[in-house]
Design a protein around this ligand. Structure first.
Ligand code: AMP
Ligand code: ZN
Length: 115
């Protein structure tokens, strides 16, 4: 997708603070962090969201990258939250599948807030 912001980051066309990269995924810090650690893991190929079209090897690579990102960001031991906002009701704002890795501060237990 030529005009997708995360595709552009994956192609190196716009800058990002890259935390981790392999053949299938790239991880970079969120531009508007909601916690001391807020990093996104995205597939290098474009998929709109988590759906049946996403190959299992890509899903595997996304989640295999999460603990590597956590270690790189120093939150492997303290813990972190892993979030996928998937589709409109979940308020997904960037239409390229991505996994949020959020940590660095103690959170409350609830994670679902309705409009
Ligand atoms: P979501 O609401 O789950 O779709 O999350 C999209 C996330 O992408 C938000 O947390 C944004 O701050 C983040 N974001 C948008 N543009 C960029 C960018 N150019 N670089 C890094 N993060 C971005
Ligand atoms: Zn994309």
């Amino acid at each position: 997708m030529s005009d997708c912001v995360f595709c552009m980051i994956a192609r190196g066309e716009i800058p990002a603070r890259v935390v981790y990269s392999d053949d299938l995924v790239i991880a970079f810090d969120d531009i508007a962090p909601q916690a001391p650690v807020h990093t996104l893991v995205v597939p290098k190929q474009h998929y709109d969201r988590l759906g049946a079209d996403v190959p299992s090897e890509v899903i595997c690579a996304l989640f295999a990258a999460v603990p590597k990102v956590a270690a790189a960001k120093g939150v492997a031991e303290s813990g972190y939250r892993v979030i996928v906002n998937n589709g409109p009701d979940a308020m997904q704002t960037v239409g390229h599948l991505h996994v949020h890795v959020i940590g660095g501060r103690r959170m409350t237990h609830g994670m679902v807030h309705f409009e």
